[in-house]
Design a protein around this ligand. Structure first.
Ligand SMILES: [Zn+2]
Length: 257
């Protein structure tokens, strides 16, 4: 496969940055890199266009990135900051027909309850979008057209989450623990994106120490931190303190894989 691009649609934690009504200095920052929509990436080339997660900022993210089509929408897990924007697949549905969604069976079942008018074909309201469901199973790589996608199993506290590996690119978010067998699948990758909430510990997310430990275990060529809280600090100051091959992702950053 030829090279492809990864566009960071959002790099913020569940509330985004700025947090509504907050006077925290990071929320008031004028640095564009301190404005973070809810976490999501667009992975694309001339041949394909995949989006991982579609939180409440999905519409704005599709406008910011000029994403022209969605061949596949992959979900990491069902939390609202990763799924609440699903209704806004409508413009893609009008152009393309049913949108292919991928996720753990538990996640698709959850979405089918919350977005029953999208997942059910009965008494369809005119204009409601439709999806085709693809269940992702642990340890079972799958093909989307010709692109091989390998699910990576991890835990977000007590909740199972999937990360995804495509060639040299690995995207993992909302991870707190991951088993050694999974680490073998992503060792020495070219680019690793990994969640890093803040400096102080959290029950269900890596903090800085855990993320850096994970990065030194996996040994990617480069790593990008995402799912960032305003409590982490200013983008420019966090980045100064990181190892040479570790960067803080920011919204609308685009990298070549
Ligand atoms: Zn999240």
């Amino acid at each position: 496969m030829q090279g492809f691009k990864v566009y960071f649609l959002g790099t913020g934690t569940s509330q985004g940055i700025p947090v509504i009504g907050s006077n925290h200095p990071v929320c008031l920052s004028n640095d564009k890199r301190d404005k973070r929509l809810r976490v999501s990436v667009w992975i694309y080339s001339d041949d394909f266009s995949f989006v991982i997660d579609c939180g409440p900022d999905f519409r704005q993210q599709m406008l910011n990135s000029n994403c022209p089509k969605i061949d596949a929408l992959l979900f990491t897990h069902e939390h609202a900051d990763h799924t609440a924007g699903l209704d806004d697949i409508r413009p893609f549905y009008f152009k393309q027909g049913d949108i292919a969604v991928y996720g753990h069976k538990r996640v698709l079942d959850n979405l089918a309850k919350r977005f029953d008018y999208i997942f059910s074909n009965e008494n369809k309201y005119p204009g409601a979008p439709s999806v085709t469901q693809h269940v992702v199973v642990e340890n079972q790589p799958f093909l989307i057209d010709k692109v091989k996608v390998n699910p990576i199993n991890a835990s977000h506290g007590n909740l199972q989450v999937f990360g995804y590996q495509i060639e040299g690119f690995v995207y993992l978010t909302d991870v707190k623990t991951i088993e050694a067998t999974e680490i073998g699948k992503i060792k020495n990758c070219k680019v690793l994106v990994i969640n890093c909430l803040r400096e102080t510990p959290h029950n269900t997310h890596f903090n800085l120490e855990e993320a850096l430990e994970f990065i030194s275990l996996v040994q990617p060529e480069r790593a990008y931190l995402t799912h960032i809280s305003h409590l982490f600090g200013f983008h420019s100051e966090i980045e100064k303190r990181l190892p040479e091959n570790v960067f803080v992702a920011y919204d609308n950053l685009e990298i070549l894989i």
